[in-house]
Design a protein around this ligand. Structure first.
Ligand code: BES
Ligand code: ZN
Length: 617
C-alpha cells in the first residue's frame, strides 16, 4: 500500500510540473483549468456548514468521476478556497494534491493525483469570507431586519469560489447536497428538497437529478417562507415580502403553459421563485427549479414580470441547451430574450410584446454606440480570452441576439421557425451547444447555403461574426409608443406637463416617454414633470433609474436625497450603473457619487462593486 502511494506521488509530481508549463489557451473553454477532455465529473455531493459568524462555508465535496482518457490526475477550478485534504474513493485513501499559481479572475487550478480506477475524489475545504459568489448579509440588509441572509451567484465563473468543480458551462453533473445551518433559518437550493419550512436541527437535504453546469449551482439561507402559486409553482421570500411577491407573480402558471405550448415540455418538474434582499446584483438568475429574483421587480402592478418570463425561458434556452463556452453566451441570452418576448406575446398580447421589442431596439442601439460600432464586443460570437467574462458579456448577446432570431422568424415564417426551435430544444436537451454547431443545424434545416437569396437576405456572417447592427434588422412597431411620441413632441413644443394626455399609460409608456426626452430639456421642465407625475417618489425601480439619470443631467437637487436612498438600498447592477456613470461625468457629480458609494459599497455584491469600482476610480 505504502509503495503504491509513493508511486502515485512521483507520477503526480511529474505530471503536475508538466501541467504548470502548459498554457490554458488551447483548451476549448479558456475560463476553466479543468482537464475535461480527459475526465469529467458526473455527480457532485456537497456537505456544507454555514457559519454566519465567520462568513465561511466549510465541509466537503465528493466528485464522482467519468473517465474519458487514460490519466492519473484530475484538474478542477478553485478560487479563494482553502483545501484541507483530499481523499480517494469510499475508503478515503489519502492522496496528494497541488494548487497552481493564482491567475486573475480564474483562481487556482487544483490538481489531484488519481489512478485510472479512481471512482471518486473527496475534497475537504472551506471558503473565504470574501468569496466572489457569496454575499453574507447583516440582518439590517434584509426586509425583516432580524436575521442574517446568505445567497450565491455562480454565473459566470464564480461557482469555483464556493465549490471546487470543473467550472465551465461545458461540463454537466447531477448533484446532491446536505446543508447545516442555524435552526431558525431555512436553506433552499437549485434542486428538489426545498420545503420552505424550518427543520428542527437546521439540516436540509437536496437533490438535482438532471445534469447541470456548475454556473447553475445555487444556495440561499435566510428567514424564508413559502407560498404556493399553482400546481407546480410557488414563491419563497422573507415573511414580510411573501404577500407582495405572491401577488406580483400570479400569472406564473399561465407563463409556464405558454412556454410549453411554444417549445415543448417543461423538464424540471417545479418552477419556484425566490425573492432576495435588494442587494441581489441581477434582475433574475435562472437557477434550475428556483429562479432567484430581485425585489425591485415587485412594482405592485405586475408591470415588470417580463423578467420572470425571461428566467422561465432559460429553463429551455440555457439550462436545457447550454452555451458551450462564455464566447457563445448569445446562445443562452439571445435565445432567452427571443423566447421571453414570445411568452409575453402569448400571455399579454402582441401590443404589449411589441412595446418591449421597441425598447429592446433602443437599448441595443445605445449599447452599440457606447461600446463602439466597430468593437469586437458587439459581435454575437465573443472572444473573451484572457479577460474576465463578466467584462465582455454585455447586452449585445441579449438584444442583438434577439433581433437576429427575430430576423430568422420573419424570414422563414413563424410556423417553420417554431418547428425548428422545438426540434432544437428536444434533440439537444441536457447538452451544450457552440455557435458553429447551431449555425450548422440552422443551415441544414433551412437549406440556407443552397439558396442564394436566403443567404443574402439573412447575412448570417454579419450578425454573428461582424460588429455593429446589420442593416437588415427587424423593425418592431408599436402603436402605443406612437401615442407617446406624440406627447413628447407636444411637451417639447411648450404644452404644460399637467396638460399632457397620459391616460391609461403603463410603466412601459412612461419608460418610453422618459427615454425619448432629448438632453436639451431644461431644469424648469424637469421640475414641471415632477410636479405633474411625481416621478421622484415612484415605487417603480425601472422608472426611478430612468428619471434619476434625467435629474443628474439638469442637477435637480430635490431628487438627490431620494436618489441617495435608492443607491444605498438597491444593489442590482443594471439599475445603479447608469446613475454612477452619469454622475461621474462632472467633477461635482463624481464627488457626490464617491461619497455615497463609500457608504453603499459594503452593501453591494462583488459583481456590482467590481463594476462600480471601475466607474468611480
Ligand atoms: N443569466 C442572467 C444573469 C447573468 C448573466 C448572471 C451573466 C451572470 C452573468 C439572467 O438570466 C439575466 O439575463 N438577467 C437579466 C434579466 C433581464 C434580461 C430580464 C437581469 O438581471 O437584468
Ligand atoms: Zn438571461
Amino acid at each position: 500500500m505504502k509503495l503504491f502511494l509513493y508511486y502515485l506521488i512521483i507520477i503526480f509530481m511529474i505530471t503536475t510540473f508538466a501541467a504548470y508549463g502548459q498554457k490554458n489557451n488551447n483548451r476549448a473553454d479558456v475560463h476553466s483549468f479543468g482537464n475535461s477532455d480527459e475526465i469529467t465529473i458526473k455527480h457532485l455531493t456537497l456537505d456544507l456548514s454555514v457559519n454566519f459568524g465567520t462568513k465561511i462555508l466549510s465541509g466537503s465535496a465528493v466528485l464522482t468521476l467519468d473517465h474519458k482518457k487514460k490519466t492519473n490526475k484530475i484538474v478542477v477550478d478553485t478560487r479563494d478556497l482553502s483545501i484541507e485534504k483530499v481523499t480517494l474513493d469510499e475508503k478515503e485513501t489519502p492522496t496528494s494534491f497541488a494548487l497552481g499559481e493564482e491567475v486573475k479572475f480564474l483562481g487556482k487550478a487544483l490538481t489531484v493525483a488519481i489512478t485510472q480506477k479512481t471512482k471518486s475524489v473527496k475534497i475537504y475545504y472551506s471558503t473565504s469570507p470574501n468569496a466572489g459568489a457569496l454575499q453574507w448579509l447583516e440582518p439590517s440588509q434584509t426586509s425583516g431586519k432580524e436575521k442574517p441572509f446568505l445567497f450565491t451567484q455562480s454565473e459566470a465563473i464564480l461557482a469555483r469560489t464556493w465549490v471546487p468543480c470543473m467550472d465551465g458551462p461545458g461540463v454537466r453533473m447531477t448533484y446532491s447536497a446536505t446543508i447545516h445551518t442555524r435552526p431558525d433559518l431555512v436553506a433552499v437550493m437549485s434542486a428538489s428538497g426545498n420545503a420552505g419550512t424550518k427543520t428542527a436541527d437546521g439540516i436540509y437535504s437536496f437533490e438535482m437529478k438532471q445534469p447541470i453546469p456548475s454556473y447553475l449551482l445555487a444556495l440561499a439561507v435566510g428567514d424564508l417562507q413559502f407560498r404556493s402559486l399553482g400546481n407546480r409553482s410557488g414563491v419563497y421570500a422573507e415573511p414580510s415580502m411573501i404577500e407582495k411577491s405572491a401577488n406580483e407573480f400570479v400569472d406564473i402558471e399561465k407563463m409556464i403553459s405558454a412556454a410549453e405550448e411554444l417549445y415543448g415540455p417543461y423538464r424540471w418538474e417545479r418552477y419556484d421563485l425566490l425573492v432576495l434582499p435588494p442587494s441581489f446584483p441581477f434582475g433574475g438568475m435562472e437557477n434550475p427549479r428556483l429562479t432567484f429574483a430581485t425585489p425591485t421587480i415587485l412594482a405592485g402592478d405586475r408591470s415588470l414580470v417580463a423578467l420572470v418570463a425571461h428566467e422561465l425561458a432559460h429553463s429551455w434556452s440555457g439550462n436545457l441547451v447550454t452555451n458551450a463556452t462564455w464566447n457563445d453566451f448569445w446562445l443562452n441570452e439571445g435565445f432567452t430574450v427571443y423566447f421571453e418576448h414570445r411568452i409575453m406575446e402569448k400571455v399579454y398580447g402582441r401590443n404589449y410584446s411589441e412595446m418591449l421589442s421597441v425598447l429592446t431596439l433602443k437599448d441595443l442601439k445605445e449599447e452599440i454606440q457606447s461600446i463602439g460600432a466597430t468593437s469586437n464586443d458587439t459581435k454575437l460570437k465573443l472572444d473573451l480570452i484572457n479577460r474576465d467574462p463578466d467584462d465582455g458579456m454585455t447586452n449585445i448577446a441579449y438584444n442583438k441576439g434577439y433581433f437576429f432570431l427575430r430576423l430568422c422568424e420573419e424570414t422563414f415564417g413563424r410556423e417553420q421557425w417554431d418547428v425548428f426551435l422545438n426540434k432544437y430544444f428536444d434533440e439537444n436537451a441536457f447538452t451544450t451547444m457552440t455557435t458553429e454547431i447551431f449555425l450548422d443545424k440552422l443551415n441544414t434545416h433551412f437549406k440556407i447555403k443552397e439558396n442564394s437569396s436566403l443567404t443574402n437576405k439573412l447575412n448570417i456572417a454579419a450578425w454573428v461574426y461582424g460588429p455593429g447592427l446589420p442593416e437588415n434588422y427587424p423593425k418592431p412597431q408599436s402603436i402605443e409608443f406612437e401615442k407617446v411620441t406624440a406627447q413628447v413632441n407636444v411637451f417639447l413644443d411648450g404644452t404644460q406637463a399637467s396638460k399632457l394626455n397620459t391616460q391609461d399609460w403603463t410603466t412601459h409608456h412612461w419608460l418610453y416617454f422618459l427615454r425619448n426626452l432629448p438632453d436639451t430639456v431644461r431644469l424648469e421642465k424637469v421640475i414641471e414633470l415632477d410636479y405633474a407625475f411625481n416621478f421622484t417618489r415612484s415605487g417603480n425601480s425601472e422608472i426611478l433609474c430612468e428619471w434619476f439619470q434625467r435629474c443628474i443631467k439638469v442637477n435637480y437637487e430635490t431628487a438627490f436625497g431620494p436618489m441617495r436612498n435608492y443607491l444605498m438600498n438597491v444593489g442590482r447592477r443594471k439599475l445603479i450603473k447608469p446613475l454612477y456613470t452619469e454622475l461621474a461625468k462632472t467633477p461635482a457629480g463624481k464627488t457626490w457619487a464617491q461619497e455615497v458609494y463609500a457608504k453603499a459599497r459594503p452593501g453591494y455584491h462583488s459583481v456590482t462593486y467590481n463594476t462600480i469600482d471601475g466607474i468611480l476610480k
